[in-house]
Ligand binder design. Structure first.
Ligand code: SF4
Length: 344
């Protein structure tokens, strides 16, 4: 299989190319990013990609087009939705068309590695272009490799850009850099301050794979899932964290599962979801329990689960046929703590 890989910049391509090679997928790299501003930035990114592809022996095709006016004309009336309504669209359309005309088996994009892009939106546009040009969109969630790729790019000395690309993303950088958030134009505020929202999840079973990352037993998940409520933290149309709440009695709840997608971890999203739920549940309930491994006790104590309740000896050994690990720890006992929801 040979794909045409739309490439936004060399650093983002590092992990994507490595991953595709691991999957034995051949590729040509395709540069088409007419919106990058200013021209010197455009040139720096393009030339870095030229050098990098030469260095790793990958064929690269460069569409030389610097389209500031065309880009501005098309996005100026709806800056907030410019990425999905215009930028992704023109780049992926050109890629799909080129791929079809030149006999590739599929097309894809390195934009799929960025945790800062609207991932679901990108996927949707890719699929739309696939239909329009009758060529498959090769979808892969490259985001788990984002940090690794960026670290490698830095290590080999690639030019690392400071903003997404267009003049408006550069403007946001200016405001952030100067900490003049209150001076944001209104539409920029909306872009910058996209807030995750808590949603009740109806189609609980669609999220089994993510829940399994926090609780390795599918049987155990299926048991508590049917009697629990599941809440998700939604960011840019994507559920990034989940919490499963089981109702024990009229005063007590139990947090059965709390998990965040890999690429969003260590950013406080699970904490945020839990805080929101505790705030809501305190109207009706007194106490929330959580059963956890030793490794996670400090996290839960920090979130107010500071009362030790009980230990179920060898819980993890009895539950599974194989060794369950949490980092370096081989899980044995389940330790219960609780949080007083009414406590200020
Ligand atoms: S922020 Fe990035 S993806 Fe969005 S329009 Fe600008 S360059 Fe395109």
């Amino acid at each position: 299989m040979k794909i045409l890989l739309h490439t936004c910049c060399a650093p983002c391509s590092v992990y994507c190319i490595q991953r595709l090679r691991e999957m034995n997928i051949e590729m040509d790299v395709y540069w088409y990013n007419p919106n990058i501003h200013p021209y010197m930035e455009y040139k720096a990114r393009r030339d870095t990609l030229k050098e990098y592809t030469k260095m790793i022996n990958v064929n690269a095709i460069f569409e030389e087009e610097y389209g500031l006016r065309e880009f501005c004309k098309n996005v100026v009336n709806d800056l907030e939705n410019r990425c999905i309504n215009y930028c992704y669209r023109v780049r992926l359309e050109k890629t799909a068309k080129y791929a079809k005309e030149h006999g590739y088996d599929a097309f894809s994009t390195t934009l799929l590695i960025s945790p800062y892009q609207n991932h679901e939106g990108l996927k949707k546009v890719g699929e739309e272009m696939a239909q329009k040009y009758n060529i498959p969109f090769f979808y892969e969630d490259f985001r788990p490799g984002f940090r690794e790729g960026q670290a490698k790019a830095r290590e080999i000395g690639l030019y690392m850009q400071k903003y997404c690309g267009c003049v408006f993303s550069e403007e946001i950088r200016y405001y952030c850099h100067n900490q003049a958030k209150r001076d944001y134009p209104m539409d920029l505020k909306a872009i910058k301050e996209e807030k995750p929202q808590v949603k009740r999840i109806e189609n609980k079973e669609d999220y089994i794979d993510l829940l399994l990352e926090a609780d390795p037993s599918k049987t155990s998940i299926m048991k508590y899932l049917q009697d629990s409520d599941v809440y998700g933290l939604k960011l840019n149309d994507e559920i990034i964290s989940l919490a499963v709440i089981l109702y024990i009695d009229k005063n007590t709840l139990e947090l059965k599962n709390l998990v965040t997608k890999k690429e969003y971890r260590k950013k406080g999203y699970a904490k945020r979801l839990l805080k929101h739920l505790c705030g809501n549940y305190k109207q009706k309930y007194d106490k929330m329990l959580v059963g956890t491994t030793e490794n996670n006790i400090p996290f839960y104590v920090k979130q107010g689960f500071d009362k030790y309740e009980k230990t179920i000896k060898n819980y993890f050994i009895d539950m599974a046929n194989e060794e369950i690990r949490d980092g370096d720890l081989i899980c044995t006992d389940m330790i219960y703590y609780s949080k007083d929801l009414k406590k200020k």
